[in-house]
Design a protein around this ligand. Sequence first.
Ligand SMILES: NC(=O)c1ccc[n+]([C@@H]2O[C@H](COP(=O)([O-])OP(=O)(O)OC[C@H]3O[C@@H](n4cnc5c(N)ncnc54)[C@H](OP(=O)(O)O)[C@@H]3O)[C@@H](O)[C@H]2O)c1
Length: 243
Amino acid sequence: MQIDDAVVAITGASGGMGEATARYLAERGARVVLGARSEDRLRRLVDDITARGGTATQIPVDVRRREDVARLARHAVATFGRLDVFVANAGAMPIGPVDALALDDWETMVDVNVKGVLWSIAAALPIFREQGSGHFIAVASTAARKIVPNMAVYAGTKAAVVAICDGLRQELAGDIRVTTLTPGFTATGFADHIRDGDLRERIAASGSIAMPAETIAEAIAYAIGQPAGVNVGEIVIRPTAQA
Ligand SMILES: NC(=O)c1ccc[n+]([C@@H]2O[C@H](COP(=O)([O-])OP(=O)(O)OC[C@H]3O[C@@H](n4cnc5c(N)ncnc54)[C@H](OP(=O)(O)O)[C@@H]3O)[C@@H](O)[C@H]2O)c1
């Protein structure tokens, strides 16, 4: 598929990897359809992409709500006539030890990271089927591959994403592509959501090894840019310094 002209919906596009991916793809001619909760940030991003000659539109989306995610996919079709790629990027990372019993944070991570991806599949798949083509991309994490303290619940949600997407890829083998993007430590705003001050500072202090968010955007572009008959099933990408 050519990136040029592709219609790409992205959840969690108001910052971090989602924003970087929106900018990167729009610079290469994709028409991007952006969803997140922060409407102001989305509006500023759309204005900026448009001012640079790109094509973008936005709609408020809370991925915990099925109807919001369905609306994002419908907005792509209503605006541009089709939906070529859906990037389920939105994620919540209020990490901490299980023993802290932060039940609200557990619920948020399950709702955003697992259910949000399921609602994204449910929104994109009927459109892909009708078109006879499409590409579903979900952002997991290396946390799913190497379990470490403080990340158990987050890792569990990302392991679910890996499992769901690989099963989906096998079920859809044919015209529809499925890619799991599995990043390691990346420089975004994610550490801001950690409640435990010591843990937040420790993560922030190790930020010097983090990859720029554009690295993830490039990896997503690589998966999209392959010929229709080639499915990049999973990309695992970490800082060289990450064990
Ligand atoms: N940074 C890392 O080191 C790292 C490593 C591996 C994987 N990841 C994964 O990469 C993805 C992107 O994260 P990031 O690092 O770019 O973090 P980020 O800078 O915190 O961005 C997270 C994005 O998700 C959106 N989001 C959060 N909750 C949402 C909800 N309920 N509905 C809609 N959007 C929501 C946020 O927008 P609003 O707040 O405006 O809704 C924001 O745009 C996540 O899936 C994360 O788990 C990150």
